[in-house]
Design a protein. Structure first.
Length: 115
């Protein structure tokens, strides 16, 4: 069973007969939602679409993401020096996005943005 299915099943059980505004999501449900979010974001899906899949608002999902510590979650990013000039780099993300002709500072900023 994937994260989304586990989340939906547990959320339905947890919030049976509750109005939408009164729904509760314990920490374990929030963790499942965040794990689902991370997997879907790597596939390029927008936060609002992921929130719709989970049946929560985009703002709620954003708050859950902010509450979960992200340090320690490493994502591989390769920085390749270009042959033509040693001060310009090519950044290649795990998803295959390739950015050429960036400085070290720009590459570091981009790596931080992708993490």
């Amino acid at each position: 069973m994937d994260h989304l299915e586990k989340f939906r099943t547990a959320a339905t059980r947890q919030n049976k007969n509750r109005p939408r505004a009164g729904r509760r999501y314990p920490d374990e449900l929030r963790r499942l939602a965040v794990e689902h979010y991370r997997a879907r974001r790597e596939a390029g899906v927008a936060r609002y679409e992921i929130a719709a899949e989970l049946g929560v608002s985009s703002l709620t999902l954003k708050r859950w993401l902010e509450a979960v510590p992200t340090f320690g979650v490493l994502r591989p990013v390769r920085i390749i020096e270009t042959v033509e000039t040693s001060n310009l780099l090519t950044l290649v993300t795990p998803g295959g996005l390739r950015i050429e002709g960036v400085s070290w500072e720009q590459a570091l900023d981009a790596a931080r943005a992708f993490s």
